[in-house]
Write a protein that binds this ligand. Structure first.
Ligand SMILES: [Zn+2]
Length: 294
C-alpha cells in the first residue's frame, strides 16, 4: 500500500519520510504476516514463550484449518458437542464462533494483551503514552476513549497533537452465527481486506463525535485480523514508529535507551519488525516480513 495517503491521520509524518527529490518513487509498505517464520524469532522473556498448543492454534487459525484443541473435542453429528461460554452456541472446529462471540471470548483477553504490548512499544524514543486497559466499546453508555494515547506524537504547522488509537482484532470468517454451516467461510471472499475496512469504519464512527472537535488529538483505528492481516493505518503507524526508533538508536544520546525495544514488535506475536542489523544477519532482509520500503 501507499505509505502516504491523503486521508491518513499520519499523512504529514509519512510525507516527510518520502524521497523529496523530483520524480522520486513514492514509498510503498508491504506486510507479509507469516514471513517472520523464515527469520530468527526469539521470545524476549520466558513469559512470552509459546507452549506447543498455542503454536498449533496460531498456525491452524491463521491458515484457516481445523484447530486441534477444538477438533479433538468429543463430537456430536460431526461437530464439537461443547458449548461456548456464552451458553448459546456450540463451538466449531475452526474457532469462528469463539473468535467473534461478544458474550464470552478470548478475544477481549487477546485485545487487552495487545494493548499491554503496544503501550511500552511507543514509550521508546522519548514518547509519553497513556493506555486504557479493558476499554470496551460494547458498553454503549460508557464514555469511550481510545486504547492508547501517545502524547505529542504528531506535528504539523499548527503545533503538536496527541495520537489516540483504538485497537480491534477482526475476524476474516463468518462466526457467532445461528447458522453454524456458515462457519469456516470467509465473510468477504472477493475482498480479503474488507473485514479490516469494516472494522476501521466502525471504530471511526464510534469515536468520531468524541474527537471531532479536539484540536489537540488525532484519532485513528488500529486494526488487525485473526489471520494476521493488517489495516493500512496501523501498518503506517508501525512503520513510522520503527523509523523513529531507528533514528533514535543511531542518535548517540538515545542510544542506550532503545537498544532492546524494537528487536521484536510483537503484535499478538504475529508481526515482527527487526532491527536493520538483525535483518542482514538473519538473512530475511527484504522478504523478512518487515514493514519495509519496496
Ligand atoms: Zn459464544
Amino acid at each position: 500500500m501507499k505509505a502516504t495517503d491523503r486521508d491518513s491521520a499520519l499523512r504529514v509524518e509519512m510525507s516527510a519520510l518520502e524521497e523529496q527529490a523530483d520524480g522520486g518513487k513514492a514509498r510503498e509498505l508491504h506486510w507479509k504476516p507469516m514471513s517472520w517464520w523464515l527469520g530468527t524469532l526469539r521470545p524476549t522473556t520466558v513469559d512470552d514463550a509459546w507452549a506447543p498448543a498455542i503454536w498449533q492454534t496460531f498456525f491452524t487459525s491463521t491458515l484457516g484449518l481445523e484447530v486441534p484443541v477444538l477438533s479433538s473435542l468429543p463430537r456430536h453429528h460431526n461437530l464439537p458437542a461443547a458449548k461456548c461460554g456464552c451458553k448459546k452456541f456450540l463451538l466449531d472446529v475452526h474457532g469462528d464462533h469463539i473468535s467473534t462471540c461478544t458474550a464470552y471470548s478470548g478475544a477481549t483477553k487477546a485485545h487487552d494483551w495487545m494493548v499491554g504490548r503496544l503501550g511500552p512499544l511507543f514509550r521508546t524514543a522519548g514518547h509519553r503514552v497513556r493506555t486504557q486497559h479493558g476499554v470496551s466499546t460494547s458498553a454503549e453508555n460508557r464514555q469511550k476513549r481510545g486504547d492508547v494515547e501517545i502524547l505529542n506524537y504528531l506535528q504539523d504547522a499548527a503545533g503538536s497533537r496527541n495520537l489516540v488509537f483504538d485497537l480491534a482484532v477482526t475476524h476474516d470468517r463468518i462466526g457467532s452465527s445461528a447458522q453454524p454451516h456458515h462457519n469456516g467461510l470467509l465473510s468477504h471472499p472477493h475482498d480479503l481486506d474488507a473485514p479490516l475496512h469494516v472494522a476501521a469504519r466502525k471504530k471511526i464512527n464510534t469515536y468520531r463525535d468524541q474527537y471531532a472537535n479536539h484540536r489537540n488529538i488525532t484519532f485513528m483505528p488500529a486494526i488487525t485480523s485473526t489471520s494476521s492481516r493488517m489495516h493500512g493505518e496501523f501498518l503506517r503507524l508501525l512503520f513510522l514508529q520503527a523509523h523513529r526508533e531507528t533514528t533514535a538508536h543511531f542518535t548517540p544520546r538515545h542510544r542506550h535507551a532503545s537498544a532492546t525495544t524494537l528487536r521484536l514488535i510483537s503484535l499478538s506475536p504475529r508481526g515482527i519488525l527487526q532491527w536493520p542489523e538483525e535483518q542482514s544477519r538473519s538473512g530475511c532482509g527484504q522478504d523478512g516480513g518487515n514493514a519495509d520500503q519496496s
